[in-house]
Design a protein around this ligand. Structure first.
Ligand code: GLC
Length: 559
């Protein structure tokens, strides 16, 4: 990277290293002070632009014993650095989790800035687990926000925005201006007594994969911060507004696409290795949808903002129709595909993408329950990936990409296929695993992604927070409670591993890091959400009635 190419005048970058000058820090501090003042004044947040939190369906929820109904307070726990204390059904694991989360905190020039991916000192290779990953920080950030600790999240949002401003190059190829890093690291120079940042936009990552999800998570987190603090001044700064627009410019540009979904390379999200998720993966489409809706709530109505808002609204309409119609699978839809004719030409085609019924995998016929459904992994010409992906389906529920009926059907499926999807450790990242010849072709013989391990059907405790949030949104907290209990029987005892292996998720993952921060934070978020469901508003958007599909697919939508 060359210094001339950087957008921010105060940034100096050499290679992938960058130091942030005092001038930048002063600017950053100015924002912090302004934002702090606003919070102290407890300025009420404009609910008109963010009226997307539904408490009504939460309040009516039948809570099982031991789970407190929503109270007026934000939840907090007795932790070494936090004075806030409300009494809840505190499991002994909670205090340990807070301890571990705090130990993972990274500081930059005396300010908390993020959390390390893992602090496993016993691991043979550190790789990049000693970095702050954007996606990994999301559950940490939510934990802090739910506990009333806003500074670390504000610092993170502002610093990553500065990183976005770097010129990003892989070999001789320049990445889009809006790209957000996958991860970054603080380097301390004890001799010169300086601290610098190093960021990875995919140029160092294994396989050189671009993190398409980072920018989406950044927007989603900015909205969560705004909701949690009730302070919109940070989001309204010209820097944040520009950051949002730059991220969206990357995805809203016109091209050759015939679909409103976003075309992606393999490994561009949480599943950051080759796993056959290239094309239009649900994991990205659901985040894309949620980021678009969040951006709509955050963008200001000035000339530039308005132009983007119009583009977003158009895209949201097309995207929700496409996803709800073509990615949705239930018993009826499966039966329809099974009977599809092929080679249909023209507008009257029923089998629009020319899916060949012979390509339907055998497992799906047993897996699909009578009641229930889900968004499949991918849809593109003559290719349907029937695998179930946890993150995409949960985010579809949280963003209201799923209609209320579809959201209920996803929860029905999870209940009906509990053993397969939850097993002994929540939650399978995807189902089922691929093996044998298919594994060889799809993963490129990846030894880390062997069947029922890691990204290939492994179980990831971090997904617990997404499941819990989806359960609360659909009024099914008892499902989350069951999942949390499973976690509590092992997670701490096993040292907070990154993932579990096996069909039931019984074994600590082959190469799983211990003290994996998002496993810890995911548990805390799940606990706090159940104890005070009013937190759900931070990461959930209400259904937008204007986006109702005009086309009905099958019975599971209406049950
Ligand atoms: C692995 C995961 C990725 C995560 C990173 C840091 O690469 O696949 O999702 O962000 O570890 O924990």
């Amino acid at each position: 990277m060359s210094a001339e190419g950087t957008r921010e005048p105060g940034l100096r970058s050499v290679g992938s290293y960058c130091s942030i000058t005092d001038e930048d820090d002063l600017n950053l501090l100015r924002h912090l002070d302004k934002a702090k003042l606003k919070i102290e004044r407890k300025r009420s947040f404009d609910e008109r632009s963010m009226s997307d939190m539904s408490i009504s369906n939460i309040r009516g929820t039948d809570y099982p014993d031991g789970v407190h109904s929503p109270g007026p307070h934000r939840s907090g726990f007795n932790t070494p650095n936090s004075g806030i204390w409300h009494h809840f059904d505190t499991h002994p694991m909670v205090a340990d989790a807070w301890d571990a989360l705090r130990k993972s905190t990274v500081y930059f020039r005396g300010q908390p800035l993020g959390t390390l991916a893992a602090i496993d000192h016993a691991a043979e290779e550190v790789l990049n687990y000693d970095q702050v990953f954007v996606r990994d920080f999301v559950p940490s950030a939510l934990s802090f926000l739910m506990n009333g600790e806003h500074d670390i999240v504000r610092n993170f949002l502002l610093k990553t925005l500065l990183l976005q401003g770097w010129e990003k190059k892989i070999d001789r190829f320049k990445l889009g201006e809006g790209a957000m890093p996958a991860s970054f690291k603080v380097l301390h120079d004890p001799v010169r007594k300086t601290e610098t940042l190093i960021a990875d936009f995919g140029e160092s990552a294994i396989g050189r994969v671009a993190p398409v999800d980072s920018g989406f998570w950044w927007i989603i987190l900015l909205r969560a911060y705004t909701k949690a603090t009730g302070d919109s001044s940070l989001a309204e700064t010209s820097e944040c507004q520009k950051g949002i627009r730059l991220i969206l410019s990357l995805c809203l540009s016109e091209g050759f696409d015939t679909f409103p979904t976003l075309l992606c390379a393999d490994g561009c999200s949480m599943i950051d290795r080759r796993m056959g998720v290239y094309g239009y993966p649900i994991e990205i489409q659901a985040l894309f949808f949620m980021a678009l809706r969040s951006a709509l709530a955050l963008l200001k109505g000035d000339a530039e903002g308005k132009e983007f808002m119009e583009r977003i609204v158009k895209r949201l309409h097309a995207l929700s129709f496409h996803m709800r119609s073509y990615f949705w699978l239930d018993f009826q839809q499966l039966n329809d595909i099974y009977r599809y004719k092929t080679e249909e030409y023209s507008h009257t085609a029923v089998n629009k993408f020319n899916v060949i019924p012979d390509s339907i995998p055998d497992w799906i016929f047993d897996f699909m329950p009578k009641k229930g459904g889900y968004f499949v992994g991918n849809v593109s010409p003559a290719r349907m990936d029937f695998r179930w992906f946890a993150l995409g389906n949960c985010v579809a529920i949280l963003s209201s990409l799923a209609t209320p009926e579809q959201a209920t059907a996803v929860m029905d499926l999870i209940e009906a296929r509990w053993e397969e999807l939850v097993g002994e450790m929540p939650l399978k990242i995807c189902y089922p695993a691929i093996e044998g010849h298919e594994w060889r072709i799809v993963t490129g013989c990846d030894p880390k992604n062997t069947r029922w391990s890691y990204h290939n059907g492994g179980s990831w405790p971090v997904l617990l927070w997404l499941l819990t949030a989806a359960c609360i949104k659909t009024g099914r907290p008892q499902i989350a409670r069951r999942a949390i209990e499973l976690t509590e029987s092992r997670l701490q005892r096993d040292g907070w591993p990154e993932y579990y292996d096996g069909k039931l998720g019984r074994f600590v993952g082959k190469q799983a890091r211990k003290l994996q921060t998002w496993s810890i934070a995911g548990y805390l978020v799940a606990k706090m959400l159940l104890e005070d469901p009013s937190h759900l508003g931070m990461i959930s958007l209400e259904e937008d009635k204007d986006m109702k599909p005009t086309m009905k697919r099958s019975s599971s939508w209406t049950c």
